[in-house]
Design a protein around this ligand. Structure first.
Ligand code: ZN
Length: 429
């Protein structure tokens, strides 16, 4: 292969990447300024028999069990029980004040369901339609998987992972919105199996941010008597500054991302459902980059407060995405404890005079491994090897960028340490 063919190869990789991240969609019907939640501690959902009959599910005999595992993921961390049954019903309830009273999970190719996947929704793997009253009480939640798309329970290349999709949609069904944490199950974007040459099974496992979101609505499950506390406060904002500001916590001991929220226009924020412990608090906005706000202690049944003038930094955001196996995306890179992996980070401007770090003390960037592969003029890319110590707990970790020791920018939850194996180890540490 001659040198001339190289730019073509790179272009192909970038094209693949943009095609690999799909956005999820949530539809709400009814009006409410209140937080949406089910009034009781039990939610009944009916699984349509279309899952037994769909020719678009690979490993269909495992479909019901995959859906049940997704339901247990939420029930096991928060004070809400998702009870599944089977149903002959096929179609989503049409939009309106009320549905038909049955919360349905379906993949049937009926005209009502297909209507959900037209126009801007045509590329979405699933849509959840919520019905609720004026007080924010959820009355019905219908989850429709895109009947046109290939879905699987066995990691089949090019298909969507059924369990991951259901974990995400069931999060909507119990009232959660989207997460800004890369690596969270409630993150806006989803990949097909095959991104980074891996099955997309990361979202099967809830992140701390997902768990905090569910506990904020329903409290912890019975087994966790220690939980929960909350944090509220404000971050500094320059007058007239309109960029969105996100605030997040990282566990002081492990560096794992605890939870993340968006501050309102006045810079005020609140995060509920937090595990007690010591945390570092940070903020980032898409225009100015990241800032360190301070340290707090979260205690059970106590709201801690953090007032900071920091937050609107003079810098600017530089980072846009991460990557693995030569592909760039906005999907977290899954790694395993006790092994080494080559990670990519993409951004704008020159990243060469900047210093990279990971929020976990047990994840080390090998400085001798840093390289700057050429992905064209539009984007700056840095590749580097991280050594993940065997003691690093599962969770999402932040990729940090420094200049002269000063924090410049972050990708929150860019790396997710998990049990599901990533076989593409760079070398044994
Ligand atoms: Zn969604």
């Amino acid at each position: 292969m001659g040198l001339k063919s190289q730019p073509l190869l790179i272009l192909t990789m970038l094209t693949l990447v943009t095609a690999s991240a799909f956005a999820y969609e949530l539809q709400t019907t009814g009006e409410s300024g209140a937080r949406l939640r089910w009034p009781g501690a039990t939610v009944e959902l009916a699984v349509s028999e279309s899952f037994d009959e769909s020719s678009n599910i690979r490993g269909a005999d495992q479909a019901y069990e995959a859906i049940a595992r997704a339901a247990r993921a939420w029930s096991s961390v928060a004070g809400i029980e998702i009870v599944l049954s089977r149903s002959k019903e096929l179609s989503v309830s049409p939009p309106g004040r009320r549905g038909d009273g049955v919360s349905l999970i379906t993949i049937a190719q009926t005209p009502e369901n297909l209507l959900l996947f037209t126009g801007p929704n045509s590329g979405r793997p699933a849509v959840t339609r919520l019905f609720f009253d004026k007080k924010g009480r959820i009355l019905e939640a219908d989850i429709v998987l895109n009947p046109y798309f290939s879905t699987s329970t066995d990691g089949s290349l090019g298909s969507f992972d059924l369990e991951s999709t259901l974990v995400h949609e069931l999060g909507h069904a119990i009232g959660l919105g989207h997460s800004a944490v890369f690596g969270a199950s409630m993150r806006t974007n989803v990949a097909r199996n095959g991104l980074y040459s891996l099955p997309f099974t990361s979202a099967r496992t809830l992140s701390r941010d997902d768990i905090a979101g569910a506990r904020a609505l329903y409290g912890p499950d019975d087994s966790d008597g220690a939980c929960c506390g909350s944090l509220s406060g404000s971050v500094g904002r320059a007058p007239g500054d309109e960029s969105e500001v996100f605030v997040w916590l990282e566990e002081k001991e492990t560096g794992a991302v605890g939870s993340m929220t968006r501050a309102n226009d006045s810079g005020e924020f609140r995060i509920d459902g937090l595990e007690p412990g010591a945390y570092h608090v940070y903020s980032r906005d898409a225009a100015h980059g990241a800032a360190y706000l301070g340290q707090i202690e979260v205690k059970k049944d106590v709201n801690s407060e953090l007032m900071s003038k920091a937050g609107s930094t003079a810098g600017r955001s530089l980072l846009s995405g991460v990557g693995f196996n030569g592909q760039l995306s906005t999907i977290a890179v899954p790694v395993n404890a006790g092994r080494s992996f080559k990670i990519y980070v993409s951004g704008t401007g020159v990243l060469t005079d900047l210093e990279l770090g990971i929020s976990a003390p047990g994840i080390e960037v090998d400085l001798s491994s840093i390289e700057f592969p050429d992905y064209g003029k539009e984007v700056s890319v840095t590749a580097f090897v991280v050594d993940v110590e065997g003691s690093v707990p599962e969770g999402e970790y932040t990729l940090r960028l420094f200049r002269d020791g000063e924090l410049v920018d972050c990708i929150v939850g860019a790396i997710t340490v998990e049990r599901l194996p990533n076989p593409w180890s760079h070398r044994e540490p």
